[in-house]
Write a new protein. Sequence first.
Length: 91
Amino acid sequence: LDLTVLAMIYLPTFYIFKAGVFSGSSDPSVWASAGLENYVTNFAKDESDLLKVWFPADLVCFSVPLYLRLPVRHIVSFVWTAYLSFRRGGH
């Protein structure tokens, strides 16, 4: 379920915000169209990276003791966001 949310909600939101920052337009419809176009263009690679990171991370997260689940999840989330930003964040 969380991989579906990441692929269908998180990634489009990431690309729309990126378009809003870099597009130079103040029109949200331009942000949405540019962001969704980038999302569709990069979907295969992003989905592959998403599965490579989050599937093992989920296995680790649910195999550690309960008190470590949240910190493990936060660390993986931070690393994933940094990776995606460095990989796709530029113009």
